[in-house]
Every structure is written in C-alpha cells, then in structure tokens.
Design a protein around this ligand. Structure first.
Ligand SMILES: [Zn+2]
Length: 462
C-alpha cells in the first residue's frame, strides 16, 4: 500500500452515534481507513492517546466582516476562520446579506470576495433575503441549484425584515426547489413600541435593550413563523432560539410531526440578563438579538438539547470591539451594534458545561456541534462525521485539559470575550482540515485561502 498522508493513532473516535478506540488514516484530504492498530506507512503520525478524535465542528451561524448599524463586525474571514480553527471548527456557514436592489447573486459575490484568499477552513454561504421582489424569489431557484441551499429571513430590524406575505412566498419557493428557510423570529412591532417607550422615559442603558425585546416577542414570532411553515408544509429552521416561549412552539410543532428545527447558542446556555448590569457601560458587550434571558432559562435550553428538541448549537459570532464600536451606543442602547464574539470557544464551552456537567452525552455533543448542522445544511456526509470517504476534518480533543478563558488566549479579533474568567475542562488541541494540520497546541500551521467555498446540497430534515 502506498504511503498515507497522516495517521492519527490511539484515540477514542467519537461520532454522533458511538465512540470506539481506533486509528484514522488520511490521504488526499479524505479519511481513507479506520481501524485498530493500523500499521501503515505514513508521512506523518500523530498520537491521540487519551484523547477524543472528533469530526470537525460545523458552525452554521457566523457573521464575518458584516456591516451593521454604520460599522462592520471586527473579524474578517482570515481572523475569524483562524479563531474557529483553534476552537475545533472546520466548517462555517456565514450569511451573505442582500442589499436593497441587489440580486442574490450580487450579494453572494460580495461575500465571496470577503472570503477568497483569506478563509483557512471551508465555508458555505446562506443568503439573507432582505429585498424579496418577485425576481429575487424566482432567483432563489437558480441559487439553490448553485449550492446556496439556505435562506434567512428576518422578522425584525428596519431595513432587513420581511412581512408574512413575503415569508410565505419564500417558504414555498424554498420547499419547491429543495432549499431551507431559516428565520430570525422576533416581533417587530412589540420591539418598536417598547424601544420608543424607553426612549421617551430617558431609559437609555444597555439593559433596556433586553427589556425592549421580551421573550414574548420571540415566542410570538416563532409561533407565527412555524404556523406559516405548517400552512405550506415547508421545513423551517429557527436560528438562535433563546427562551422557553419560543421552545414551547417548536416542541408543539415537532410533536405534531412538522420538520421545525431549532438552534441555540452558547451565550443563551451560559450567560444571562444579569450581565447587562455590569458597570461602566460593560453591559453593552452582551447586546445581541435576541438578548440574554433570565438565568432560569438556561436549564430550559439545556433540557431542550438533551431531549433533541433543539438540534444544533451555533455561535452567531458577530464581534464588535467594546472600544470604538459598542461605545457608539453610550447615549442610547439602540445604537449599540448587535452581536458578540464566540466562534472560538463553542466546543470547549459546550463540552465542559454540557458533557462535563452531565447535561448531555458525548454523542449529543458531537451531534449538536457537527453532525446535525452538517445534515440540516446539506454538508453531510462530507462534513459532520468520521467515516471512510468523508473529508478529513478532524479535531483531537483533550477531555482533561483545563483552561481559564480570557481574552489573552483567544484569536478572535476583538477586544473582549463574554466568557472572561470561565474555567473549562476539555479543550481542542489539534485541528485537521481536509487532511492538513492547521492548528496544533496553540500554533497556527494553516494557510490563508486554503478554505474553499462549499456548494451545499438540499437539507436533511431532522
Ligand atoms: Zn445572526
């Protein structure tokens, strides 16, 4: 047999359905063989003794170099994907946001230019439809055929949101052509009313951002989006679900057999609205939409993951520097750019606080961070599992490595982390993307531009 490129020996291979000791042989960017004590000539051999060998993480919710409210998120496709790789993520799906009057193809081109020559891991693009003319809805069909199989619609935000009539048409168009609609579900009018009330009362601090977007607003919009999907029997993916009110709607629909799939994010599992009270305007670091919720809500979401009611954990990584960006809203919470960083610590946080604290199994950890998002967004089985013939996107994860999270150990291009001071046990030590070692024990060994655009298939409905 000819030499393989990389042999990873002695680890515990973990997938969404099992774990077993085994060696992995990698050649030409693919997993070529899995077995015990593989005795093959290899250009390079790595020991994974005492460690887990996981399928590379798939983060289907990132915003790199995204314009928002007069500024731009601070990670580009270079720094953002490097941070992702250090954290054990080997594929992202970012959002190309359609500008007013643009075609979807034009929006996609703009995001391709941001990514090309920079991304160090593979990436797909969702298209966020903000100007859904008849022509644009028609264009969805040809874009689906070109590998843009998922579309995001916003029910809130001036300039981005669509009304129910457009939402319904988009659901039908996606369903007819093998695409998937995902939705940012919050009730625009509730938020608009409350923001104006707070402004009139001189309530300007960051905590009013959260109070102006109550769980009721998310629950209502989630329920409405689900009903529209049910009406036309279309699948639907709910991004960044944050609260019981929204989860109840998802559970009811799933129990009735509808393919309603939900995502949550580490910030909703681990942070709470208490963070908005941090002194000196630091609550602005947590201004995101939906906002952080009361602490009791965390257990609800963990339980949703454990029960399989929430299928994925993505980050909604959308970093803005505290100094120079978040502080644009010092006088009014409505001018604080919405979003927070998180692309790098997703696996470590979910493992430590999920598996480590008995809230989920090792298999659920892999399913929610890699396998399920890969299936739902048309990347499976090339991505999202360890199997012969799959892409050699592999993470060696040390379940005993303890780290104290602080800004200093991270590679995200932003001046803070919402997880400052969190202690984790379990940390990715080596990341392999398409057969190449791109991070190893804190060293970056990858190359800018080695990540490729991935044309995605139709969703698998979970
Ligand atoms: Zn987002």
């Amino acid at each position: 047999m000819s030499e393989v490129d990389l042999l990873i020996t002695g680890g515990m291979i973990v997938t969404a359905c099992d774990s077993y000791p085994g060696d992995l042989a990698i050649k030409d960017g693919k997993i070529m063989m899995i077995g015990q004590h593989l005795n093959l000539p290899a250009k390079k051999t790595m020991s994974a003794d005492g460690k887990y060998v996981l399928p590379g993480g798939v983060d289907v919710h990132t915003h790199l170099e995204m314009p928002f409210g007069g500024t731009v998120s601070s990670d580009d496709f270079a720094s953002g994907t490097i941070a992702a790789a250090f954290g054990g993520t080997t594929t992202i799906v970012d959002f190309a946001i359609q500008g007013k009057g643009q075609t979807l193809a034009e929006a996609a081109d703009i995001w391709h230019r941001k990514a090309e020559g920079k991304a160090v891991i593979d990436y797909g693009l969702h298209l966020a439809v903000t100007d859904a003319t008849e022509d644009v809805l028609t264009e969805m069909a040809s874009m689906i055929a070109q590998g843009y199989t998922s579309y995001k619609l916003f029910m809130t935000y001036d300039g981005l949101r669509v009304n129910d009539d457009v939402f319904l048409k988009a659901l039908l168009q996606a369903k007819d052509h093998g695409g998937l609609i995902s939705v940012h579900a919050e009730n625009y009018y509730i938020i608009d009313y409350l923001v104006k009330e707070f402004l009139a009362e001189g309530k300007n601090e960051p905590k009013y951002h959260a109070l102006s977007r109550p769980p009721l607003a998310e629950g209502e919009a989630t329920g409405r989006a689900i009903k529209l999907a049910k009406l036309v029997e279309a699948p639907l993916y709910i991004v960044h679900l944050s609260c019981q009110e929204a989860l109840d709607e998802v559970i009811r629909a799933r129990e009735a057999g509808f393919p309603i799939m939900a995502e949550t994010c580490p910030q909703y599992l681990l942070l709470s609205e208490d963070n908005y009270n941090e002194p000196d305007f630091q609550g602005a670091k947590y201004v995101m939409s939906p906002p952080l919720r009361p602490k009791e809500n965390q257990a609800v979401l963990w339980n949703g993951l454990a029960q399989g009611e929430i299928l994925t954990v993505a980050t909604d990584h959308c970093p803005f520097n505290f100094v120079g960006q978040k502080d644009m809203g010092r006088d009014f919470f409505g001018r604080i750019p919405n979003g927070a960083p998180g692309i790098e610590m997703r696996l470590a946080l979910l493992y430590s606080f999920g598996v480590g604290q008995g809230r989920m199994s090792l298999q659920q950890f892999v399913a929610t961070t890699s396998t399920n998002p890969a299936k739902i967004f048309g990347l499976y089985p090339e991505k999202g599992t360890i199997a012969v013939g799959s892409d050699a996107d592999v993470v060696i994860f040390d379940p005993n490595l303890e780290r104290n999270i602080n800004k200093g150990i991270l590679h995200e291009n932003v001046d803070y982390t919402p997880y400052e001071g969190f202690l984790v046990k379990g940390f990715p030590v080596t990341t392999v993307a398409k057969g190449k070692i791109i991070t190893d024990h804190g060293q970056f060994l990858g190359q800018l531009g080695n990540g490729s655009f991935v044309k995605r298939k139709s969703p698998m409905l979970l």
